[in-house]
Design a binder for this molecule. Structure first.
Ligand code: FAQ
Length: 314
């Protein structure tokens, strides 16, 4: 490494220790920049692809009130994607590059969105569990070292909290309803519990990126720490709903004061993140159709902008 870079890197690390935010024009190690682009763009893709499973229920929501709330939630996720793509762009990548990587299957998005939404209860479970997991991950990362990402997460978390509450309300209504409604909630919970635990990523011992991310205060807590926090909160909430956790090995550990679970099916996780989950092909296909099928809107908007700029220049 050139001597100048060693000095700059020492300065950079000092700033991290002093909990200063790193801003787009500040010097940063290339690896820090690349890790941020990878993580923030994957997060942005997750928000956009994450609109699809819930979007599937907009036309079938059981009442006008439910339809309005679901429409608003799905629109919020699009907004989160936009904040995040903007945050990634401050690091020197472009929207087109990020989209290309997604469409070519080179960039990842959260494993959870490759599962189908089969019943209305799934919409409640996504709000309660998926948004709940996202909040635990993102409220800690809102304190991260990169200014634009940190600020976008603060805003996103406020909205995700609202999403979680609307999900819990759906689950609460089903769980205090008829026998059929309670069964529908339990069946849905059985399908979403394990994939939600997978959202936090592999165990710390198998997480190749965690070392660098924690050192640079991009991640503030490890995958396993966040997963455990989610489990401890959610087990208690499930009891209130009267739902049974689909894990025969779930056990309260008196020594640690935490809930121990059985082992996650990691084969399923890697299968999903490598493109072979239940809905990977459908999700990516829908995203590509939306992007390429609507390219005329982008063309019209940019033609108008270009014309306006040409007129100004003339
Ligand atoms: N899915 O070394 P690590 C939401 C990959 S937003 C897919 O541990 P890292 C809102 C990982 O990328 C949900 N891939 O990775 C919403 C890496 O592969 P790579 C998204 C996963 O980065 C709610 C490899 O495995 N949230 O839900 C997953 O240190 C409702 C090795 O893993 C974020 O993106 C996974 N679950 O930790 C929207 C938050 N886990 O890239 C609609 C920001 C791991 O080297 C409806 N991201 N991989 O090829 C993070 O916190 C981290 O990136 C982790 C992964 C924790 C996801």
């Amino acid at each position: 490494m050139p001597e100048n870079n060693i000095v700059l890197e020492k300065e950079f690390e000092k700033r991290l220790i002093q909990q200063e935010k790193i801003e787009p024009r500040d010097w940063m190690p290339e690896k820090y920049r690349n890790q941020l682009i990878r993580l923030i763009s994957q997060h942005a893709h997750s928000e956009i692809i994450g609109m699809l499973p819930e979007g599937n229920w907009i036309t079938r929501a059981p009442s006008l009130r439910r339809k309005i709330a679901l429409l608003a939630k799905v629109q919020d996720e699009a907004g989160h994607g936009l904040y995040l793509y903007c945050a990634a762009e401050t690091l020197g990548t472009t929207r087109e590059e990020m989209f290309d990587q997604l469409h070519e299957g080179k960039a990842k998005y959260s494993s959870i969105f490759n599962y189908p939404t089969l019943t209305w209860a799934d919409i409640g479970m996504i709000g309660w569990l998926v948004d709940g997991a996202a909040i635990i991950n993102q409220t800690t990362m809102a304190r991260c070292s990169y200014g634009p990402y940190s600020r976008s997460l603060l805003r996103i978390c406020k909205e995700e909290n609202f999403h979680k509450i609307q999900g819990m309300e759906i689950v609460g209504v089903l769980c205090s309803g008829t026998k059929e409604q309670r069964e529908m909630a339990q069946e849905s919970f059985n399908r979403w519990w394990w994939p939600t635990l997978m959202m936090f990523g592999p165990h710390d011992s198998n997480s190749p990126n965690s070392g660098e991310l924690l050192k640079w205060k991009i991640k503030m807590k490890s995958n396993d720490e966040l997963r455990q926090r989610f489990i401890d909160i959610t087990v208690e909430q499930a009891k209130v709903f009267g739902l049974e956790i689909p894990d025969p090995n779930l056990n309260y550990n008196q020594k640690t004061g935490k809930w121990d679970t059985g082992e996650i099916n990691w084969e399923e996780f890697y299968n999903v993140i490598n493109g072979n989950g239940l809905c990977n092909k459908e999700r990516l296909g829908a995203r590509k159709n939306a992007h390429f099928g609507n390219s005329w809107v982008r063309d019209a908007a940019t033609t108008y902008e270009n014309k306006k700029n040409n007129l100004k220049a003339a």
